[in-house]
Design a protein around this ligand. Sequence first.
Ligand SMILES: Nc1ncnc2c1ncn2[C@@H]1O[C@H](COP(=O)(O)OP(=O)(O)OP(=O)(O)O)[C@@H](O)[C@H]1O
Ligand SMILES: [Mg+2]
Length: 305
Amino acid sequence: MILFENVTKTYPRTTRPALDDVSLEIPRGEFAFVVGTSGSGKSTMMQLVMKEQDATRGRILVAGRELDRLPERKVPALRREIGCVFQDFRLLPNKTVFQNVAYALQVLGSSRARIRQTVPETLELVGLAGMEKRLPHQLSGGEQQRVAIARAFVNRPPVLLADEPTGNLDPDTSLGIVQLLDRINRTGTTVVMATHDTVTVNAMRKRVVRLDRGVLVSDMEAGDYTTGSIPRIRLDDEPAAAPRPMAAEAPDVADGYDDADPTAYGESDLDDDPDALPPIGRDADEPRPRGGIFRRHKAVQTSDR
Ligand SMILES: Nc1ncnc2c1ncn2[C@@H]1O[C@H](COP(=O)(O)OP(=O)(O)OP(=O)(O)O)[C@@H](O)[C@H]1O
Ligand SMILES: [Mg+2]
C-alpha cells in the first residue's frame, strides 16, 4: 500500500536531510505508528505520502502509484485515496458537525442522497451520533478530533494518515481516539499515525517505526515506544497474515494502475529470502541497512516482558 525505497528528502536551504535513505513497506490493511523526537521526520514522511512534498531521491509508491512519476493532474486522485487527520483538527468553525463531514463528500461531487446516508453512518461510527447540529466550539477536543476523523474517513479511503492526532488531548481521550483509528483500521483501511504519545503506543501493541534525525532506526511488530534496544530477530519468519478485504476499493483503471496487483508495489523476492533480512537499528555495532526494503521483524519475547 505504501512503499518507500531509499527515500531521502532534503528541504531547500538545509544541509541535513529531513529523511535520510528511508526504506519501508506498509502493507494494505496495516496499522503503523511512526515515532521519533521532534524534527525526526515524521510529518515529512506523511507529506511525501500525500505528495505535498517530493522526495529528493528514492522511490515512493502509494496505492499502486509511483509518486515521482505521477503527473500533477493525477495528484487529486491520489489524495482522494488518503484521509488525513492533524493535531489541530482543522474543522470549519462556522459549519456544523454534519456540514464539516458532508463537505468532504461535496467536494468529490457526491449526490445529496449519498451524503444524507453516509454522513450519519460515519458520525455513528466515530461515536458522535446526535451531535450533527453542533458547531466545533460546542465540542470537546476529543469530539472535535472525532469529527475530523469522520471527515477523513467519510469517503472510505484505503489509507488514513494521522499526524499527531492526540497531541492536544489528555491521555484517556487520546486512547479513545487511537481505539477509533484501530476500529477504522479493522474495516480494511491502512492507518499510519505519527505520534509522541508513548502511553498510547505502548497500549496498542502495533507496529512501531522509529525515526531518529531522519533515519529509520527501528521497526517492530507489536512494538514498544520506549524500547531503545535492538530487538532480537526471529529468523523463522511466519507467513504474513492474509490481507483484510478493503471496505470500498475498486481497481483504479483510469490511472492504469490496478491496486489489487501486488506486483505494482514491487513486493517480491524479499519475502522469500532469509538472507535479505537486514539488521535492525543503528545502535551499537549494528550497521544500518542501506538499500533494499527495511523489513519488520517480530521481537522475540524476552523474560522481562
Ligand atoms: N518546509 C520545510 N522547510 C525546511 N525544513 C523543514 C521543512 N519542514 C520540516 N523541515 C525540517 O525537517 C526536519 C523534519 O521535520 P518534520 O516536521 O518532518 O519532523 P517531525 O518529526 O514531524 O517533528 P514534530 O514532532 O516536531 O512534528 C526538521 O529538521 C525540520 O526543521
Ligand atoms: Mg510533525
